[in-house]
Ligand binder design. Sequence first.
Ligand code: ADP
Ligand code: MG
Length: 673
Amino acid sequence: MKILIVDDNSDARKLLRYNLERRNCAVIEARDGVEGLELTAVHKPDLIISDALMPGMDGFQFLRAVKTDKVLRSVPFIFYSATYVGNREAELAMSLGAEAFIAKPKEPDEFWKEVSGIIEGYRLKADTNAAEELLEDDLEYLKKYSNIVATKLEGKILELQEANARIEQSEAFIRNILESVDEGFIVVDPEYRVVSANRAYLGMVDLPIEKVTGRHCYELAHYMDSPCYKAGVDCVVKHTFETGEPHTALHVHKKGGNPFNVETKSFPMKNAAGEIVSVIEIINDITEKCKLEDQLRQAQKMEAIGQIAAGISHDFNNILTAIIGYASILQMKMRPDDPLIIHLDQILSSADRAASLTQSLLAFSRKQVSNPAKVNLNSVVKRVEKFLVRVIGEDIELKTTLPNEDLTVMADTSQMEQVFMNLATNARDAMPNGGTISISTGTVHLDRGFIKMHGYGEPGAYVLIAFTDIGTGMDKRTIDRIFDPFFTTKEIGKGTGLGLSIVYGIVKQHGGYINCYSELGKGTTFRIYLPMTKAEGPQKTKTPERVAPAGGTETILVAEDDDAVRKLSIHLLEESGYKVIEAVNGEDAVEIFMTHRDEIQLLFFDLIMPKINGREAYEKIKHVRQDVKALFTSGYPEEHIYKQDIIAQGLDFIAKPAPPAVLLSKIREVLDK
Ligand code: ADP
Ligand code: MG
């Protein structure tokens, strides 16, 4: 250790030097503060031991100079002085930065002990200071470094947050898609538990999400307590778990116990290793579709029945034409007082009924030709009453209130009969334990007030028919749909849902209106409004058959492919004085006309014939002779389109089966034009 001794007394210095050198210290001496300061700067001693009172610069000044020097201040400084008078010097020395103040004289060992103790303490303090400084440096460094790390970390965190936000966004997007569709969507685990479900699925099972996740799919959709496949259901989830393939099946699911039809599809959901961890099931409510299919099937059935009805009616009308025709000829030839004439009347009225039955069949298939004529509605009701009584059965009473008024409308009688029949069938079904049906007629004037209230109608005079039953009645939702085709509340086989839609169609076709008033448990009233017309002056006598119809001597070309009908027409015409040339089809008719072109005054053509139809044959003939007269006939309902066309062109038409008298007067009418 290198020690600087500063003392003005050389003996004191010598003594101290001896003591210190004995302990292996290198000693430098100075005689006062100034010299001490110089040597301190030069030698950088490890310790300064200084006297307090010295000439020139004393110990305190020297101490201050050392401790205020940036470089020298670190050298420990001890006072060794005999001028120790009390604490004051010591306190001053310590306050100036001295390590200790030792009073002279001191026994050498003791002195050394004290000095080395002080140095030890000083070193410790210096070490601590250095360590602290180091620590501070480290801290500084750490702070600086952590700032960089901190900044970098922030960048990373931001990236992470952005990635997170992106994931959340795409999750929300997918969820949004799943929530927006109306297909039910669930994820099912291998235990058949629902892991996830979308809004549509919750709607299908009518439960909140917390009552769905974790539950078995077979509990939720089938109300079963074991997997549905055990009950024989083609379970798509099972199929996909076993095969790894998508699968589709039609199921009946339940919602609050009510069954509905679904189409269900399954898809496998695999992990990274390619194993199926769960199955996605997509469920589509196809109840509406199934109903539509049923309706379509029903409609196709009706269409087929319609086709058959139309086909039969064609042949049937030809047969009826012959029956009515020949019977009429017989009737004309008999004397009015002939006792057999009542049997003929029976034949004719039965044939009439058969003809109207054909019309009903056609109304059912909606292929009927509407033949509106002026009729009094009361007479229609009276006629149909007999049939209605049979339809409604003995338990139901039929009351009619028909005022003696002019209730003339332009109506197709058989269609009107159909209306009453359909209403009566419904009324009967609504009164399974019997009851009363009341039909009343009357007149009413639809004014602006009525039209405003009901939202339909043309102002004017109408015939009103009210049809009332005291049956089950209907609620509002049923009333709203009763006129829809195929709407029925009746069980399969009991109702077609066509009854009221036919009624509606017929009423519309007649330029009329229909409405329904009904209350549950109280019964139902249908009101039908048909536009009124003026009655014909005096009613035409209803027995034209008995009056010999006017005949003629003209030549008529008859073209008809049905032998019986052709023969009847020829017979009838020849009986009435006409000359008749016959043709068996359209082509035949054209050929024959060419050879007899100057004789023939009238063409009497069936519309539908093989090879060339009546209309085409007429066109060809007209080419040769512009002014040729023609009368067309047909029993085939499909032809009402041709018929409209013919009438539109100002040509004449008569429907089969036509009573002979009607036919003869029509022929006369056309010839006399
Ligand atoms: P369908 O009789 O074949 O069901 P409709 O078109 O005739 O078809 O009638 C449709 C539905 O209107 C019926 O199923 C029934 O619910 C209801 N309905 C019709 N008339 C009555 C009535 N008089 N009383 C109660 N309900 C009726
Ligand atoms: Mg019905």
